[in-house]
Design a binder for this molecule. Sequence first.
Ligand code: UT7
Length: 331
Amino acid sequence: MQKSIRSSRITGTGHCCPDDVLSNQDLERMVDTTDEWIVTRSGIRERRIARPDQAASDIALEASRNALDTAGIDPGDIDGIIVGTISGDQPFPATACILQDRLGASKAVGFDLSAACSGFIYAVNTAHGLIASGQLNKVLVVGVEILSKFVDWQERSTCVLFGDGAGAVVLEPCEPGGGILGTHMKSDGTLADLLYIVAGGSRTPASAESVAKGQHYLRMKGDGVFKYAVRAMEETSRYVLAQAKLSVDEVDLMIPHQANVRIIDSVYKRLGIPEEKVVVNLDRFGNTSSASIPIALDEVVRDGRLKKGNIVLLVTFGGGLTWGSVLLRYS
Ligand code: UT7
């Protein structure tokens, strides 16, 4: 293995969300809920929902093409594809391999990474490490989820929260001190029972019985996740800032995982980051899990809110529990 110490930077971004919009008013007709409850408790107004025939690789493909286009890279030139997802096309092969085929990225190694809503941040950190060690050079990193197919549409406390989407970035090497300045990942498996799907694995294989019991659906203890998320996101943000020897004041933009606007508010207030530096788009997309950060990142790149030289804090948490962050200078 070639040894080199180098950093990596984002050279392209893209996203793709399904066209179909499901509003809070639509949900009022499906379960015992109200627009007022959903907006007050979560900040979400609408979300995008995949068509029955749409799978993760369909929207990941479009997000990836957008990211590769903005990076000016031919799919045949990328040497790595890492997909953060818990709702891939099928249990295996990896959605990254399906995407590799569909992109025509014949030189790339592809694999999926399962870290729930932290999947994209874990994948960026992994790609960054592989680039730093000299193993890979041009890596496509994707966060994609179609959680609408894993949500129990009779269960009001979860079905109102999630949406479908895909976001992608291209990472390429750069000199240390540019691009990614700090990374952090952490998990706590003692809290695995806060957010999970029981069936479909080797413990409880999919069966008529597991389906009858609704064990193929996502389940969540929302209040437990909420409390932990706020502490974990503050801790990991402070960790990467200390790693990069930067102060909170030097952050130009914070892109948090888009789960709940009250979680986001608590985190930026605890950190002392002004509200105008915080990116929120969950009102339009809901919680798209591992896709939420790359979707928001692509939006601020395209609308010009993120400028070259800006310091950006990406911070997440999710099932596992997992959490982590990436601090970077956008260049
Ligand atoms: O990406 C990581 C994934 N997860 C998360 O980020 C979730 C983190 N947690 C949360 O976002 C919040 O905990 C929720 C939005 C899930 C819930 O908000 P909450 O303020 O913690 O509400 P709650 O669960 O304590 O429920 C309060 C009440 C309950 O009624 P009672 O027991 O007080 O009578 C629920 O039954 O609200 C009821 N409720 C609803 N009412 C109307 C739960 N869901 C709904 C609903 N519409 N959709």
